[in-house]
Design a protein around this ligand. Sequence first.
Ligand SMILES: Cc1cc2nc3c(=O)[nH]c(=O)nc-3n(C[C@H](O)[C@H](O)[C@H](O)COP(=O)(O)OP(=O)(O)OC[C@H]3O[C@@H](n4cnc5c(N)ncnc54)[C@H](O)[C@@H]3O)c2cc1C
Length: 311
Amino acid sequence: MRFARSDLQSEPLPLPSEFGAQERAIEAGPGVAQDALRSFLLESVTQYALTMNVPSEDRTSHLSAHLSFGTISARSVVRATNARADDPFLLAEERASIKLYLRSLAQRDFFLQLSWFHPHTQNEPLQEKMADFTFARAHEGLDAWRGGRTGFPLVDAGIRQLHETGWMHPHVRAVAASFCCFDLGVDWRVGRDEWDRWTIEDDRALATGNWQWVAGVGADMAQYPRIYNPERQRRRFDPTGAYVKRFVPELAQRPLATWGVRDERQLALDLFATAAYPSPILDHEAAARAFLARYRAHLAILPEDARRANR
Ligand SMILES: Cc1cc2nc3c(=O)[nH]c(=O)nc-3n(C[C@H](O)[C@H](O)[C@H](O)COP(=O)(O)OP(=O)(O)OC[C@H]3O[C@@H](n4cnc5c(N)ncnc54)[C@H](O)[C@@H]3O)c2cc1C
């Protein structure tokens, strides 16, 4: 077989060393997938509702790459999970956690089907009313977001976890993606394509479905986009800073009260810090308010019919 010559340029793929692959070999294959599932079903699945949003616990199943490369099938995960739910000694909360896990798996299926039946959504928003809403393609803070140096510890820890391991905790993804779309006002496609270079899972449909969901342009019943406050999320889901400290070592010695604070106090502390960690690159409240104003103005200019349909 011969391939036609083309002048198309492509970006170089990140090197394995950029994923930290030299220090930590990534284990793969069906045996590894089965072990991960077995160990997750032993206990973590029964705590899923409590721990799924807590990044320092790291107790989600980590099956995404296996599912996307086919080293385990969604059906076998569902079958084994249902069998686990047959345990007569489970508490009601534990049973509810197992159901929630099955719901996560169903979400995967949902996004795969969405992309199959609506292929244009790979590059266009599912919500027609958002088709001509313009996000920016660039922002002076975009490189800081890409590099995990926004000054918002949870966002930066997530991005650095992605660079280091090829995976980011699911809840942190939502917070870091929200920062890109709303704080920076940058297009969800720019964010998605950036992460696509780093994530080991290779599921474009899931990336697109989730980025659209975060950006408030996709499959979602919510009336307004969910704008996460990155510091409030950090205080709620990483209150001791255990997750952040793991990926942002510059903050390990700094008092929690100074994290993500954008004021004179923190600037003064910076002078004494052993390693520089940036002050927040923007004022979250102001950025979120500015975005919402644009969003509201956009909806208001819709034709009356479309507006009624969206009530
Ligand atoms: C902004 C953003 C971008 C994302 N990009 C990708 C991506 O590029 N590729 C990808 O495979 N996943 C993506 N996800 C979904 C999810 O975060 C990842 O699949 C993550 O790796 C799941 O980790 P886990 O296997 O430990 O999850 P668990 O919580 O243990 O869930 C089990 C399985 O359910 C499915 N699942 C869980 N949450 C979701 C979800 N929100 N949407 C769809 N399926 C889900 C996954 O297959 C997952 O492996 C994204 C989520 C967000 C918020």
